[in-house]
Design a protein around this ligand. Structure first.
Ligand code: GDP
Ligand code: MG
Length: 599
């Protein structure tokens, strides 16, 4: 293969700026997919991805493009996820490319993840090609946005194609820019094999399918390979290219190329995104830079609404984990909810996606407990533990020091909303660092924030305070000492462990009051009065009362006809299905949801 006729590139953008739509148009323009069989957003193949319009897992396709210079090029398009939860996957995808098409919405301009993703691309040494999208919108201001790109990012943008990915306008210009401005890959086919894993997927017939970019050497079926980070060794069964309609086997995959390999790999953990594949016989001396294990940031208890479905939930998690190695789960036991799992996620969006997939693809009704970050607690005994769940929060008497994770947040907004944002960040215990005017329309604010304050509904609060214009990006910044407490909820005098959670001490009173109110609203009256209480370290700090039912449901039809009575009982049973009984109190799963979604 002639490297001069290959281009490997990604598309980067802030979420919703049109990356997936542009990818579809590029596929169409290259006739990779028949127009008739073209389904919208073909790269976002998971049903959920399509519905939500986000890209969860990175994907890749090979396009054939006949350029204006009369030559035919192979373009490998590697799709990247656009959300902060998936930053590591973005940077791995980028490391497989020589260039990136930067899509900016002509009506929104540059946003926080536009910047964050562009910096990732620049850091990876990529050529960045700007494209201004959505010019069909009446609110489009392409010229202004080009100036913004030049001023803020500092790359030339005046010649950037002005396109409408939705209406298929000017797509050809994007492809010409890709061919002309993105460098051809370099690499030595004679050198020892060195290939970067940028994604993997589990297939029940072939085992793990490893997506990779070959930097040096040649991969062939029958060859013995080693994953450098894990040390796992396999014999290659098949190599090939990624077509949107499926995988196309090939004899070899060489330096500069993008494709897949299979090797009857049954253990997903052996093929980590970011790891380097090399040959067993003639190994390369060093792995490619930048392998990093992704750590879940947010943990939540996940329980079947119907306790007898525990086995089904375990099977579902096992299968999902094969497809998404960034999720983790361990068994957990709650007095209130019985057997379940403590699951770790990259962020709240990731958590929502997994929950939805479990409920949809595996047909499970789930109860999730309030999400929490990982706290670090030093005990008076000198021992330091990581607390993933309120169930393991030590006795306050044994606690010497608590620490919680902080992030470096950067928020981009038009200047008129700076006041609103500062107020919001202050409420969320943010520590102001600095503020930069990028140009007359954009301000970048920097804060240190507790991760815990961001995982709840910070995105929504930010959007509503900036009329949708504010955007956020963040990265981890280590642990800091904090004053934490565990809040317990008691129903009828008994602690419901599944409702406990850890929070900043000063927020405990307000939160306790609101939870008690919410539970009162969402727990149906029962035959007796139920006190709802919130306590910290055994001390009650809030209380509500659910009054007793006055009339028996059946009393209404006392002596009446028996079928009606039966129907009523039937209905009650139906209503009870999603209820959990705690001691003597029945709580509908909606009550958990209400507490979880609260703010
Ligand atoms: P991504 O999050 O960057 O992948 O963005 P998508 O491709 O999913 O697009 C987000 C939304 O913008 C979708 O509703 C698209 O239909 C819409 N969109 C994308 N390109 C255009 C465009 O050129 N014009 C208009 N009006 N809408 C677009
Ligand atoms: Mg997308």
């Amino acid at each position: 293969t002639d490297l001069n006729h290959i281009r490997n590139f990604s598309i980067v953008a802030h979420i919703d700026h049109g990356k997936s739509t542009l990818a579809d148009r590029l596929l169409e323009e290259c006739n990779t997919v028949d127009k008739r069989e073209m389904e919208d957003q073909i790269l976002d193949s998971m049903e959920l991805e399509r519905e939500r319009g986000i890209t969860i897992k990175a994907r890749a396709v090979k396009l054939t493009y006949h350029a204006d210079d009369g030559e035919t090029y192979t373009l490998n398009l590697i799709d990247t996820p656009g959300h902060v939860d998936f930053n590591y996957e973005v940077s791995r995808s980028l490391a497989a490319c020589e260039g990136a098409v930067l899509v900016v919405d002509a009506s929104q301009g540059i946003e926080a993840q536009t910047l964050a993703n562009t910096y990732l691309a620049i850091d990876a040494g990529l050529e960045v090609i700007p494209v201004v999208n959505k010019i069909d919108l009446p609110s489009a201001r392409p010229l202004e946005v080009k100036h913004e790109i030049e001023d803020v990012i500092g790359i030339p943008a005046m010649e950037a194609p002005e396109i409408s990915a939705k209406n298929g306008i000017n797509i050809h210009a994007v492809l010409e820019d890709v061919v002309r401005n993105i460098p051809a890959p370099q690499g030595d086919r004679e050198a020892p094999v060195q290939a970067l894993i940028f994604d993997s997927q589990y297939d029940s017939y072939r085992g793990v399918i490893v997506y990779l970019r070959v930097k040096n050497g040649v991969l062939r079926p029958g060859m013995d390979i080693r994953m450098m980070a894990t040390g796992a060794e396999y014999k290659i069964v098949e190599v090939g290219y990624l077509h949107p309609n499926g995988m196309i086997p090939a004899d070899a995959l060489g330096a500069g190329e993008v494709g897949y390999l299979t090797a009857s790999i049954k253990t997903v953990a052996d093929t980590r995104v970011g790891d380097t594949v090399t040959g067993v016989e003639d190994p390369c001396s060093e792995p490619l830079p930048g392998y990093k294990a992704v750590q879940p940031m947010v943990y939540s208890g996940v329980y079947p609404a119907d306790g007898s479905k525990y086995g089904d939930l375990r099977d579902a998690l096992e299968k999902l984990k094969l497809n998404d190695a960034s999720m983790s789960y361990t068994q957990e036991n709650s007095i209130a909810l019985g057997f379940g799992f403590r699951c770790g996620f990259l962020g709240l969006l990731h958590m929502e996606i997994i929950m939805e997939r479990l409920e949809r693809e595996y047909n499970l009704d789930l109860i999730t407990t309030a999400p929490n970050v990982v706290y670090r607690i030093t005990k008076t005994s000198g021992e330091t533990i990581e607390v993933y769940t309120p169930l393991n929060y030590p006795d306050p008497a044994e606690i010497l020091q608590c620490e919680e994770p902080f992030v470096r947040a950067s928020i981009l907004t038009p200047p008129e909303y700076v006041g609103n944002i500062m107020e919001l960040c202050q409420q969320r215990r943010g520590e102001y660092r600095d503020m930069t005017y990028l140009d007359e329309g954009r301000v970048e604010l920097h804060y240190f924030m507790p991760l815990n304050e961001i995982i709840y509904d910070f995105f929504d609060a930010l959007k509503s305070r900036t009329r949708g214009y504010g955007s956020l990006d963040y990265e981890m910044d280590g642990y800091r000492p904090s004053r934490l407490v565990k809040l317990d909820i008691l129903l009828n005098g008994e602690i419901v462990d599944a409702l406990s959670f850890i929070l900043f001490a000063d927020n405990a009173y307000a939160r306790a009051r609101r939870i008690c109110e919410k539970l009162k609203e969402n727990i149906p009256r029962q035959m007796f009065e139920i006190p709802v209480q919130a306590a910290v370290g055994g001390k009650i700090i809030a209380r509500e009362t659910i009054k007793a039912l006055r009339k028996d449901v059946l009393a209404k039809c006392y002596g009446g006809d028996i079928t009606r009575k039966k129907k009523l009982l039937e209905k009650q049973k139906e209503g009870k299905k999603r209820m959990r009984t705690f001691g003597t109190v029945s709580v509908p799963s909606e009550a958990f949801m209400a507490v979880l979604k609260m703010d």
